[in-house]
Design a protein. Structure first.
Length: 100
């Protein structure tokens, strides 16, 4: 699943989620404490997978990595306008959440 997110392959990710709807969407996928959503928010070509992740019923859109950064903060930092737009469509995203 991480490869589908990293490559921005929405079709493959949708199929993987369909096959395993209980997959750990909030699972930490690297040593920085990033989740699938953190990884998706770093590059504009990955913006196509963000709606799939946000649609998952278990997603924590405001989860923090080990530095205290949320996916939204990563998106703003990376300057990925398409990713920012996708996250701003979700009312659960706390745009003013403080880093810890």
């Amino acid at each position: 699943m991480m490869l589908a997110v990293f490559e921005g392959n929405a079709k493959e990710l949708a199929e993987l989620i369909r096959q395993d709807p209980g997959f750990g969407v909030n699972r930490v996928v690297d040593e920085n404490g990033w989740t699938f959503l953190h990884s998706a928010c770093l590059d504009s070509h990955r913006s196509v997978v963000i709606p799939l992740l946000l649609a998952h019923p278990d997603i924590n859109v405001n989860v923090k990595d080990i530095a205290g950064w949320t996916p939204f903060y990563h998106t703003c930092w990376s300057g990925s306008t398409p990713c920012v737009r996708e996250l701003l469509k979700d009312l659960r995203v706390k745009v003013n959440q403080r880093m810890t």
